[in-house]
Design a protein around this ligand. Sequence first.
Ligand SMILES: [Zn+2]
Length: 171
Amino acid sequence: MSKQSFRQAGPCHASKATIETFAADFARKVGYRAGGELEPVVGQLGGKIIYQTFADLSRSLDASIRIFGDRNFEIYLPDYTSAERDRFSIAHEIGHYILHYPLASEPMIARRFGSTRVEWEANWFAAGFLMPEAAFRKQFARHPGNIAGVARHFRVSTAAATARAKALGLL
Ligand SMILES: [Zn+2]
């Protein structure tokens, strides 16, 4: 087996608003609806999701992505985290594939090394993909004082919905 080298993902430097809008448009384009399954989206893009045990993840306890080429990538997830957290992680890793891979089109890897620009960008993508602004504002108004209800609608963690509400100035 030949040894392949992977470039570390670098940021695209688009603004938060641009990335969120782009992610919401992208979600529509791939037929994703609020609270829907993410595995078919990954499959549609040519990727695979691989759940790893604690032992497999010895180098990193977080989700990561390895991109071998066009329509050929693997998303690694720890198998002991909640479904809601996994969903945010999957959308985040899709963000790396959509935002960062096309810049270089070379084998690429993205792991979490603290709060870097490239990680923020993937988080903005995930927030815009899973909780598009207009839909989020509507659900927030429909669930007064009930962020858990908003979170359930989008099938994200309460922490993710709370962060989204704060970012939109709702909390
Ligand atoms: Zn990342």
